[in-house]
Design a binder for this molecule. Structure first.
Ligand code: PMP
Length: 290
């Protein structure tokens, strides 16, 4: 458990940190978030995460509440207070607190800015990832703008809980035509005929930052990438499958709806991608002088 959080200019103890009951994030999911991996004292892919943050805020007409440099300073100070070296940083920005009314507040209010950190034991994370994960498939019943990284994640929550109830770790959303859109908190990939296959970005998926870095890795290593939608039967017949996200990096999928992919073990391409990912990712030191 982290010891401190950041809330609107202060660093309260995590257990005491709070926002207003009429915060629009709480009442309308009127806010956005980002999650950055922290590895060996480095923030992974900070620039791309902040680029996406600005796009998400722009889509909701919320002004960036502080400069990128100021946000980085908050990340560094919170990481220092919490002794964070491995884990992740969570940032949430909402439109702010105002008397409940669907319209934007007529008198401008300051956005609410919250930052928390979570520490993980890298050895435990690697051991868990080495086994690969199971996924279930569920109908994609989300709204039409999931490219905006809003805190409105109810479908994702229900889908991931259904996965857990079924003994799996992730849920893959499937569109009305039978094509996989993405995971509850990950992008979905298969390896077929030697190519990495993932759905092209659109308003119907979140453009994952990890997804982009995997593409950089593929370009650097001569791996072919095909941006196209794939079906569940195609995934079941694939050589490999995997998911990507800041928190799971690259994690092999070994079962879909209880049926094995390949020999039911993580494949070599997913393993190589996971092992080499941080060689191509952007790394920003959390602590000056490191
Ligand atoms: N899709 C969804 C729905 C997600 O929640 C996430 C993780 N935030 C991703 C994809 C992966 O995005 P990223 O690689 O930027 O973590």
């Amino acid at each position: 458990m982290s010891r401190f959080a950041y809330v609107d200019g202060r660093y309260p103890r995590h257990a005491d940190a709070a926002v207003h009951i009429e915060d629009r994030g709480f009442q309308f999911a009127d806010g956005v978030y980002e999650v950055c991996e922290v590895r060996a004292g480095m923030i992974v892919d900070l620039t791309r995460h902040l680029d996406r943050l600005e796009r998400s805020l722009g889509a909701l007409a919320i002004a960036m509440p502080m400069s990128r440099a100021a946000l980085l300073a908050v990340f560094r100070e919170l990481a220092r207070r919490n002794g964070l070296r491995n884990g992740w940083i969570y940032l949430q920005i909402t439109r702010g607190a105002a008397p409940r009314d669907h319209y934007f507040p007529q008198t401008p209010v300051n956005p609410t800015v919250v930052v928390t950190t979570r520490a993980v034991d890298p050895a435990k994370v690697e051991a868990a990832a080495a086994a690969g994960i199971g996924v279930i498939t569920v109908p994609d019943d989300r709204w039409g703008r999931v490219d905006i990284k809003t805190v409105g994640l109810l479908s994702n929550v229900l889908a991931k809980q259904a996965a857990r109830d079924a003994g799996a770790r992730e849920a893959w959303f499937v569109d009305r035509d039978g094509f996989v859109t993405e995971g509850g908190s990950t992008n979905a990939w298969i390896v077929a005929n030697g190519a990495l296959v993932t759905r092209p970005t659109s308003p119907g998926i979140l453009g994952g930052i990890t997804r982009l870095v995997v593409m950089d890795f593929a370009a650097a290593h001569g791996l072919k990438v095909e941006e196209r939608a794939f079906t569940v039967p195609e995934a079941l017949a694939a050589d490999e499958a995997f998911v990507t996200s800041a928190t799971s990096v690259v994690t092999a999928v070994v079962r879909i709806d209880g049926r094995p992919i390949g020999d039911g073990k993580p494949g070599p391409i997913a393993r190589d991608l996971r092992a080499g990912f941080h060689d191509v990712a952007e790394l920003t030191p959390l602590i000056f002088g490191e």
